[in-house]
Design a protein around this ligand. Structure first.
Ligand SMILES: *Cc1c(COP(=O)(O)O)cnc(C)c1O
Length: 389
């Protein structure tokens, strides 16, 4: 069986592209779905250039081709998880390099920088990008890299990607945008000037909470070379099977997101009306502090809703436990709805004073809204509210 070359489907339709990418694989058999290539090693000198799966595998290529099509860019590299993708990027830096970070990054990103890479001499500065002047702070600190996330987790702050990139690009400072929450469908960081667009494909891209993966997209061939090197030198490669699952999952991404975003915006509005809710955060609601920027930068408000209850930690926790359809679990972006208590779950490793400083209080909850019937989700919220009132 020969592996067909990556024939990019020429169409502007995203939904078509994610379904029909790379149909040329396994031409001889007529298979509609790509096969899985579990082989760890390949015949020396083969036409496609594969040698050993740690440095490349047909299932990686298939997924990379759809992800670069989705992001509309030259290069995509896949990794074993979002954290592996972060590791790959950071491993290209050297001792004493400074990363200027948004202070509300994903908890495991913070842990990786502060508890691992710091020991190798990496320096970090954490700032609130919604509340600082990038045209002053970036030249003043002259960092080796800038790391942002938008919307942020769990507070859904919206960071002005284009503004930061415009300043950084002039100074040749690479900007990394963790685009996991928005996905390339709702937001395209490379188009806004970012050097690297990072995604935990574990979340929306796969969408079924049954595989782990990460990806980095870029237009830069130098960065592409560095990422390929990091994949094989550090052993950050995914498994062919996980890539196959994610390749299958991504086909329904546009469809899933459409339903999830619709459900999420209805839930945000419902929550905002409830007396037990103190604040609701949803990027496209007019009471969101950066709603104007969100509407400019994103296609829709996404499918995560954050809220804070008029209740202490114990009651907030029991509200989460009382929900039946919203399962209490880490992670997000699957077809099933989830509820998370960031202070004790996703951000448990962040020191308490840091949590409070950035607004992760004990009453904060984060909904990852799924594809269920909206009436059932709202009924579930109502019964949980009744339990705690
Ligand atoms: C989950 C997540 C990650 C890490 O991805 P893994 O696949 O769990 O390693 C990074 N960034 C964000 C915003 C995430 O939600």
């Amino acid at each position: 069986m020969s592996l067909g070359k990556d024939e990019k489907i020429i169409t502007s339709g995203l939904s078509t592209r994610v379904i029909h990418h790379n149909e040329s694989y396994a031409k001889e058999t007529g298979t509609i779905m790509p096969p899985i290539f579990p082989s760890s090693t390949f015949l020396h000198g083969n036409e496609s250039g594969f040698d050993y799966t740690r440095s490349g595998n047909p299932n990686f290529r298939i997924l990379e081709s759809v992800l670069s099509s989705l992001e509309d860019c030259k290069y995509a590299n896949v990794f074993s998880s979002g954290v592996a993708a972060i590791t790959a990027i950071v491993s290209s830096l050297k001792k004493d390099d400074l990363i200027l970070c948004e202070e509300n990054l994903y908890g495991c990103t913070v842990r990786l920088f502060e508890q691992v890479f710091k020991r190798f001499g990496l320096r970090t500065v954490w700032i609130d990008f919604t509340n600082s002047i990038p045209e002053e702070i970036i030249p003043k600190l002259n960092p080796a890299m800038i790391w942002i996330e938008s919307p942020t987790n769990p507070l859904l702050k919206i960071i002005n990607i284009n503004k930061i990139c415009t300043i950084a690009n002039k100074m040749k400072i690479p900007v990394v945008v963790d685009n996991t929450f928005a996905t390339p469908i709702l937001q395209q960081p490379l188009k806004l000037g970012a050097t690297l667009s990072l995604t935990s494909t574990t979340k929306y891209i796969n969408g079924h909470s049954d595989a782990l993966g990460g990806a980095v997209c870029t237009e830069s061939s130098e960065w592409n070379t560095r990422l390929i090197f990091a994949q094989k030198a550090l052993g950050l490669n995914p498994s062919p099977f996980d890539c196959w699952l994610i390749t299958r999952g991504v086909k329904t991404l546009p469809l899933r997101l459409e339903r999830q975003v619709k459900n999420a915006s209805e839930i945000a509005n419902k929550l905002a009306d409830h007396t037990l809710i103190d604040v609701v955060r949803y990027p496209f609601r007019n009471d969101h502090p950066q709603s104007k920027l969100a509407k400019k930068q994103m296609l829709s408000g996404g499918a995560i809703v954050t809220a804070s209850l008029n209740a202490n930690e114990k009651i907030t926790y029991s509200f989460c436990k009382s929900l039946r359809l919203f399962k209490m679990a880490e992670s997000l972006g699957g077809i099933e709805s989830l509820i998370c208590h960031p202070a004790t779950m996703t951000h448990a490793s962040v020191p308490r004073e840091t949590k409070l400083k950035i607004g992760i209080t004990d009453s904060l909850i984060r909904f990852s809204v799924g594809c269920e019937d909206i009436d059932d989700l709202i009924a579930d919220l109502n019964q949980a509210f009744e339990k705690i009132s």
